[in-house]
Design a protein around this ligand. Sequence first.
Ligand code: AMP
Length: 364
Amino acid sequence: MTIGIVGAGQLGRMMALAGYPLGLDFLFLDKDAGTCAAQLSPQLTGAFEDPKLLDQLAKRCEVVTIDWENVPVASMERIARTTPVAPPLAALAAAQDRLSEKSLFHSLGIPTNDHQAVDSREDLLRAVQAIGLPGVLKTRRMGYDGKGQAVLRKASDVESAWASLGSQPLIYEAFVPFDYEVSIIGVRSTRGEIALYPLNRNLHRDGILRLTRAPWHAPVVEAAARRYMRKLLAHFSYVGVLTVEFFVRRGKLVANEMAPRVHNSGHWTIEGAVTSQFENHVRAVLGLPLGDTSVTGHSAMLNLIGEMPTREGLLSDGRLHLHDYGKSPRPGRKLGHVTLLETTARRRDQRAATLLRKIDARKL
Ligand code: AMP
């Protein structure tokens, strides 16, 4: 049985790594050759819009999913004419546009920050007037890892933000002075079975996820996050893994964005949960019974960004799990991650802080 995956990055690679033990095969489609998924699975190489490649993928696979949420919806629509696809196209479309995403959250009673669509310099001035400063101007589409964003702190930032981003549909939103950030990961199978992972606490630097700790003990926040996740899964009759990221302020959640796919803040589940998010995504899209999402300890996951520490240095801690995605280094690029597991949250937090300091000081 073959699962098709559009996009062949590390997420796809980890799906394949989770699916091979179940006896599954994978076929990727990506515009670049030499992707990190192609190091282990066959890949069709060409444009995401190429009808011939899309038809080939559809023909050769039982089901087709994604590893990148900006895959053109029209491409997935074409595949869906003959082959089941996951996530649902409506979820993919909503997640690709920050404005539709926020409207969706609003319609489901999921709190978001104040925001307005910005299509002209006048719109931006109006939005800044209405929402105030500080605020964040973001591209509505194709933003990731903090790209396509500008924080506006004072009136004079308006012009420079407009000059750098102004040529595309934008959204201006209130800056949230959050206490911390969390995410929740849920999964729903084609049979309607649902499973949720515990709450993740996330630390970002320069808009890129740096550290996730899970399970994060915040029962009230977690209960709200679970409720919102269930609403979204039900709304779309969702299939696969879905992730929602929130800001937490004074114990209340503000939804920032959703990702209709496996997520970086869930990488710890490979070692830290009975069944990983990657395996559960694969199970969900095939209609197999979902695996147990219980944790096996207290996990911390650190991203390795821009530059790889030495393998020897990382592995000298015999209890650290290293995932090297096999990508060439580039500033700001996610090259791999490490996960550590501890018996208590306190020990985990201490060990994670030490490791983070060592990596930052290039002592590994
Ligand atoms: P995003 O691409 O929207 O996930 O943004 C990346 C990161 O930038 C978030 O995880 C936050 O750390 C920060 N950020 C984005 N939007 C806001 C906001 N409105 N208020 C405060 N911080 C933000």
